[in-house]
Design a protein around this ligand. Structure first.
Ligand code: DC
Length: 228
């Protein structure tokens, strides 16, 4: 059975950076499920479909073929065969991805793909519903979070040059609005699974968070081992 590590948490908690580093250390693949919802959102924006129009999004989502591949160990997201890894990181796509991720048909399609990946390979998978819905039997579940202010500050420091005029308050407002939408949707809302380890990184460096995660993965690995 492949090892499945589920990492969930709100926007900007540092899940992807930490998950990627941990996956690399243990030789697992890293699956960023947010990138799949982002690719779906990009498809809708390109087709000029309003992300708020559930019927139109659900009808169109069948036409968006989303897949992942790995280049030098780094996840690449393909949308109908085109590598869109760079295009999905804009604020517009962030907002649209949170909207389209609330719809059942979108989630059903992407969850199926996520489960297939986790069934075949050892994975560290991050998202919002991995421990609660996608991989309820994961070997380890972690809920990684930090205060909204700390998360906004981290995002603010990493803003690309193209967004130089954006203020810290705006980043925090954006993050808080997206968390609210992700936590209040009906299907698979963002929440901590009952059996998830809570890791609050508000007062931790990235290195400290990664070290804690590595220890948790090591413990989970020895629990799952037959003793051979
Ligand atoms: O992790 P991210 O910021 O790239 O995710 C973008 C959006 O996708 C997020 O606001 C909610 C949605 N998402 C989700 O609903 N379920 C997941 N497993 C991952 C992301």
């Amino acid at each position: 059975m492949p090892m499945n590590i589920a990492i969930d948490g709100p926007a900007g908690a540092g899940k992807s950076t930490a998950a990627r580093m941990v996956a690399e250390k243990f030789g697992y693949i890293y699956v960023d499920t947010g990138a799949m919802y982002r690719a779906m959102a990009l498809y809708m924006l390109r087709e000029e479909i309003d992300p708020a129009d559930q019927g139109a999004v659900e009808a169109a989502c069948e036409k968006a073929d989303i897949s992942l591949e790995y280049k030098d160990g780094v996840q690449q997201v393909l949308l109908n065969g085109e590598n869109v890894t760079a295009e999905i990181r804009t604020p517009e796509v962030s907002r649209a991805s949170s909207a389209v991720s609330a719809y059942g048909a979108v989630r059903a399609k992407l969850v199926e793909l996520q489960r297939k990946l986790a069934g075949r390979r050892d994975v560290v998978m991050d998202g919002r519903d991995i421990g609660t819905a996608v991989l309820p039997n994961a070997d380890l579940k972690v809920y990684l979070t930090a205060s909204a202010h700390v998360r906004a500050l981290r995002r603010f420091k990493e803003l690309p040059a193209g967004q130089a005029g954006v203020s810290l308050d705006e980043v925090e407002a954006e993050i808080t609005a997206r968390d609210k939408q992700d936590m209040e949707r009906e299907i698979s809302p963002l929440k901590r699974a009952e059996d998830a380890v809570l890791l609050d990184t508000s007062d931790m460096s990235l290195e400290e968070a990664v070290r804690e995660l590595e220890e948790l993965v090591e413990d989970a690995g020895s629990r799952g081992c037959c003793g051979c």
